[in-house]
Design a protein. Structure first.
Length: 99
């Protein structure tokens, strides 16, 4: 049942709804969040795709269209990915800030 219906029916207290419960109700709750998303076709957006799961996902954009995305294009994306410093929302205090 939907969480709102469960609250309405008294089967669940609204105060008991937390991030873990919300995550458990997503269609991908049994899978880990992606580490890398490769967006082909030159678009530099994610089109509201997997917003919950993309919090710490690294995004890679390529002008290559999907039908032409081959092993070499995948290797290029992976090479780019391994060069990144993943901070998972943290701040690298060694870098200067533009704030």
């Amino acid at each position: 049942a939907k969480l709102a219906v469960m609250v309405e029916q008294g089967k669940l207290a609204a105060a008991d709804i937390d991030l873990d419960l919300l995550h458990s109700r997503t269609s991908l709750s049994d899978f880990p969040d992606p580490d890398l998303c490769i967006r082909t076709g030159g678009e530099h957006r994610i089109s509201n795709f997997l917003l919950w799961q993309f919090a710490y996902t690294e995004l890679y954009f390529t002008d290559c269209y999907w039908p032409d995305f081959d092993d070499a294009a995948l290797q290029q994306a992976l090479d780019d990915y391994v060069q990144r410093q993943r901070r998972f929302g943290g701040h690298d205090h060694g870098e200067s800030s533009n704030e």
